[in-house]
Design a protein around this ligand. Structure first.
Ligand SMILES: NC(=O)c1ccc[n+]([C@@H]2O[C@H](COP(=O)([O-])OP(=O)(O)OC[C@H]3O[C@@H](n4cnc5c(N)ncnc54)[C@H](OP(=O)(O)O)[C@@H]3O)[C@@H](O)[C@H]2O)c1
Length: 292
């Protein structure tokens, strides 16, 4: 039976399903009664919730894209930074040939401004011949329990080339909730949604939220690009090449472009989203546990 105002149940493929948003989206889609294929390059070792079908999916392996797409009507497209635009275009073409009808692209806040890989991904999706929706989430709160986790745990600080600028960070659980809405309800074709969290805050406020959750002082240290690379490499979170790549995407932050908040998350989900304090409390254990 179809609930009025929702699409009938279809098979949805989530790419990069083990990543920051994918791991939140898969269970939320299952809770919404959808059938889910969880795409990963390593389906044997992946731990997905009961009901999700772990599926081999690698953007650079066309056969895997075809097999994962066959029998799915919709795709939530997360494009890892290592995947180039030509590879993405080919994957979209294979998806269309395999019978996919709709694609929801996870882009990034401000990607529509200027040349950048996510802007190119948006163009590729619009030109794909598939029905499309674009989500443009701002910087994830979950960067603080991923790429800054060891620094926060071991040194009680994190360092970024962000100066004193503010960012309206968003929790990936809220991005997933917005994705559930656009994947399961009509009215979102050819729409673009800039998604932010509820607060526009500087990184000292992030540090204060982490301090409150952990019970000891965490400090934000503004640095230049070299200081950032040194921090990520010396905390064991990144190699130099990857850290330089991440440093290269900070200029919009320093220009204040990631500071505004938007009403779109609330419009899609009925919630303004988790605060940084909610985030820090929820993931508290991540900054306390040993590696492994
Ligand atoms: N981090 C942020 O603050 C932020 C903000 C806005 C937008 N974004 C955008 O969101 C996207 C995801 O970024 P993220 O940093 O959060 O990464 P992520 O989703 O955690 O992505 C990493 C995942 O990509 C998968 N993957 C890697 N290479 C792949 C390939 N060749 N084919 C298929 N899957 C592959 C890996 O899964 P397996 O190893 O299981 O295959 C891994 O789980 C990017 O486009 C990024 O620009 C990020």
């Amino acid at each position: 039976m179809t609930v009025p105002g929702t699409y009938s149940q279809v098979m949805i493929l989530v790419t990069a399903a083990t990543g920051n948003v994918g791991r939140e989206l898969v269970p939320q889609l299952l809770s919404a009664g959808q059938q889910v294929r969880a795409g990963t390059r390593h389906p044997q070792g992946a731990a997905f919730p009961n009901g999700a079908h772990a599926t081999h999916f690698d953007f650079s392996d066309e056969a895997s894209v075809r097999e994962a797409a066959t029998g799915t009507q919709s795709v939530y497209l997360i494009v890892p930074e290592t995947v180039g635009t030509e590879t993405l275009k080919r994957a979209l073409s294979v998806m269309k040939e395999a019978g996919v009808e709709r694609v929801v692209l996870q882009s990034g806040f401000g990607a529509e401004r200027g040349d950048n890989p996510l802007g190119e991904a948006e163009d590729a999706v619009r030109d794909s011949g598939l029905t499309w929706t674009v989500l443009r989430p701002n910087w994830f709160m979950q960067n603080y329990n991923q790429m800054f986790r060891r620094g926060i745990r071991d040194r009680h600080e994190f360092a970024e080339p962000a100066g004193e600028q503010r960012t309206s960070f968003i929790d990936t659980r809220d991005i997933a909730a917005a994705a559930v809405t656009v994947l399961t309800q009509p009215g979102h074709d050819r729409r673009e949604y800039p998604l932010t969290g509820p607060q526009s805050i500087d990184r000292h406020a992030v540090a204060a939220a982490l301090s409150g959750a952990l019970g000891h002082t965490i400090t934000y240290r503004p640095v230049d690009d070299d200081g950032f690379v040194d921090f990520l490499v010396s905390t064991g979170e990144s190699d130099e090449e990857e850290a330089r790549g991440i440093a290269s995407i900070y200029p919009p932050i320093r220009a204040g472009d990631t500071a505004p908040t938007t009403p779109d998350l609330h419009a899609l989900t009925g919630s303004t989203g988790h605060t940084i304090e909610d985030f820090a409390q929820h993931y508290r254990q991540d900054w306390l546990m040993a590696d492994g």
